[in-house]
Design a protein around this ligand. Structure first.
Ligand SMILES: [Fe+2]
Ligand SMILES: [Fe+2]
Length: 290
């Protein structure tokens, strides 16, 4: 099987956009649904520190990268730094709406400390695995409008923008990994990446689920009722986790590369939509009381 590679004509273009500045965000910005809001808020809580870690891990292995990869690492860094900047603001609005994100951020600190204590190649492998997660989540988010149906416009815009750039740079951590492990056998490379992906997946599912449950608890929903509502949301309808399961599995297939699926049509649709959109009138939304 020939290995697919990052398309030669791919240009990673950071889109320096800002969202929701000066606006109060509804506590349940996801269509008034505390469950959906909890899931996306829980994800967002991990981004500033998580994406900082991705950048650090990739840049540790940029030496000796060819010109194309070096250029892509630079653009990847710029995109992730801007994502962190916007999610810091988004998280601030979630805090202003009444949520305490501290326990979720502490969980991220805990996971990152464990990974950072290991050899740097483990950080790169973890980044590659998590970037696969973000790319397949991003694909779902852009491909299926039902995920963001009813969301506040500015918040939905932020998530679509982030999703678009995650797809665009989805090959960077993987190509850096191939570069960093170029002297390894294919078997060793597969074994390490599969092991790390299984470890990352367990932690991702456990931590995002418990993070969302914590935020639901802060909304007064807990116990079996909270579990059943969240599991239904994640696995049944709209079923984000169920929908990404097939794409997740492809990571283990020999010859996998993130660009085996060229989904740049989603980027073209996104960019065309932004170009056509009139500049929105400034509006200030009233926060829903906690
Ligand atoms: Fe990102
Ligand atoms: Fe990313």
């Amino acid at each position: 099987m020939t290995r697919a590679v990052t398309p030669a004509d791919l240009t990673i273009t950071p889109r320096d956009r800002r969202f929701g500045r000066g606006m109060a965000q509804d506590r349940w910005w996801m269509g008034g649904d505390p469950v959906a809001t909890a899931f996306y808020n829980a994800l967002s809580a991990t981004f500033p520190k998580g994406e900082g870690f991705f950048v650090e891990a990739v840049r540790m292995f940029r030496d000796g990268a060819d010109e194309k990869l070096a250029r892509e690492i630079k653009a990847f860094t710029t995109q992730e730094v801007m994502h962190s900047r916007e999610h810091v603001q988004f998280n601030r609005r979630a805090i202003e709406a009444g949520y305490d994100l501290t326990p979720l951020e502490e969980r991220v600190d805990y996971r990152l400390a464990i990974t950072r204590a290991k050899p740097p190649i483990v950080s790169l492998a973890a980044t590659m695995a998590l970037e696969h997660f973000t790319a397949i989540l991003a694909h779902q988010l852009l491909a299926e409008p039902r995920h963001l149906r009813g969301a506040d416009r500015d918040a939905a815009d932020l998530w679509r923008w982030h999703a678009c750039e995650e797809i665009e740079h989805k090959g960077v951590a993987y190509d850096t990994w191939l570069h960093a492990t170029r002297h390894w056998t294919r078997w060793k490379r597969w074994k390490v990446k599969a092991k790390v992906m299984l470890y990352i997946t367990r932690n991702f599912l456990v931590d995002r689920t418990s993070g969302a449950l914590e935020l639901m608890r802060q909304d007064g929903v807990s116990g079996p009722q909270a579990w059943s509502k969240l599991l239904w949301y994640l696995w049944i309808y709209p079923g984000m986790f169920r929908k990404i399961a097939g794409a997740w599995f492809k990571f283990f297939v020999p010859g996998f590369h993130p660009w085996n699926e060229d989904d740049r049509r989603l980027l073209r649709t996104y960019d065309a939509g932004i170009a056509e959109r009139p500049v929105p009138a400034k509006q200030v939304r009233r926060a829903r009381p906690a």
